[in-house]
Design a protein around this ligand. Structure first.
Ligand code: NAD
Length: 331
């Protein structure tokens, strides 16, 4: 089986590649990673596979039709992670979000059709549903995205599903909650806070910190994606949750604890524009149909993640400390 992984040099994509290539029975499997290496793509995430004959890396943009016609022939399936993924950046400048997340997905779908790809898995997000005060969204809930990022992801979800309906392409869409784990670019809250607290620097907390997110270890997420790739029904959406809902304040408390810091390191900053109050996906469909069950306990997963950042400064220090405009000057 040959798998094309887009965005495989990023956080989740590189964990997915590692999961596939490390597991027993991966003989006969080959992977090509197609990645533009944006600021968030890091070749170090894939360095361990450089000499592995099952692995190939191609630097390039998913919007590039000619390149797609080179890398797609022979691919049995596409697992599509490539995206611009940071909400704050989408509020600053949304153009690249539309280019990559919408046009790039459209180009990839067209190329998958041209080259007879057997399965297309689109990795999406719970943010496409908007914000929910109580309860959890099933996959049938309407999409009500509130940020340029989530609006671009919702658009790409709809395109993917339209390719199933219009052309019969075998697609599945996954919508997962907030991921955490090693090798996440230090702009998202967990690695941003950990890398700053490790260095004794202050961290910025948006508004009153009441926003609630569900947390999923990246390895559990990758396991869920693989269940969907191998057993997901064509044209279906699968929510993948983690089962640990925390307010940003509670999360901050835990991040302070695992780094031996206290609240004197926290700076309150004005809330993010249009900040969604709560995300919560109902993932019973993936559990019942595919046996999806996250196994990583959040407390020990967070401790292990903090340890990883402490032990690997050589991974994150070279990336610098650029903050989104909304946060710069605040810490
Ligand atoms: P990331 O930013 O770490 O990685 C994205 C990767 O895509 C990078 O390697 C980047 O170089 C590459 N890329 C960007 N534009 C490209 C283009 N035009 N052509 C080719 N490659 C390009 O993101 P991530 O956190 O690993 O997220 C992966 C996917 O999972 C995204 O689609 C995101 O929407 C989704 N998702 C992420 C989370 C999360 O918590 N991180 C939660 C839900 C869904």
């Amino acid at each position: 089986m040959h798998v094309l992984v887009t965005g495989g040099a990023g956080f989740i994509g590189s964990h997915y590649v590692r999961m596939l290539l490390s597991r027993p029975g991966s003989r006969g499997l080959t992977i090509t990673v197609l990645d533009k290496l944006s600021y968030a793509g890091n070749p170090a995430n894939l360095a361990e596979w450089e000499a592995d004959e099952r692995f190939r890396f191609r630097r390039g943009d998913i919007c590039d039709r000619a390149l797609l016609d080179e890398v797609l022939p022979g691919a049995d399936c596409v697992v599509h992670f490539a995206a611009e993924s940071h909400v704050d950046r989408s509020i600053e400048d949304g153009d690249v979000f539309l280019c990559t997340n919408v046009l790039g997905t459209q180009r990839l779908l067209e190329a998958s059709l041209r080259h007879g790809v057997g399965k297309f898995v689109h990795v999406s997000t719970d943010e496409v549903y908007g914000s929910i005060d109580q309860g959890s969204w099933p996959e049938t809930d309407p999409l009500r995205p509130n940020s340029p990022y989530s609006a671009s992801k919702a658009s790409s979800d709809l395109l993917v599903l339209a390719f199933h309906r219009t052309h019969g392409l075998d697609v599945s869409v996954t919508r997962c909650s907030n991921n955490y784990g090693p090798m996440q670019y230090p702009e998202k809250v967990v690695p941003l806070f950990l890398t700053r607290l490790i260095d004794g620097l202050p961290v910025p907390l948006y508004g009153d910190g009441r926003q609630v997110r569900d947390w999923l270890h990246v390895e559990d997420h990758c396991h869920g994606i693989e269940l969907v790739r191998s057993g997901g029904r064509p044209g279906e959406v699968y929510n993948l949750g983690g089962g640990t809902e925390l307010s940003n304040r509670d999360l901050t408390e835990r991040l302070l604890a695992v780094t031996g810091s206290d609240w004197s390191s926290v700076r309150r900053v004005p809330d993010r524009k249009g900040h969604d109050l709560r995300y919560s996906v109902d993932w019973s469909k993936a559990r019942e149909e595919l046996g999806y069950l996250p196994t990583r306990d959040f407390a020990s997963g967070l401790e292990a993640t903090a340890r990883w950042y402490r032990d690997h400064p050589g991974w994150w220090r070279p990336l610098g400390r650029r903050l989104p405009k909304a946060l710069s000057g605040s810490v």
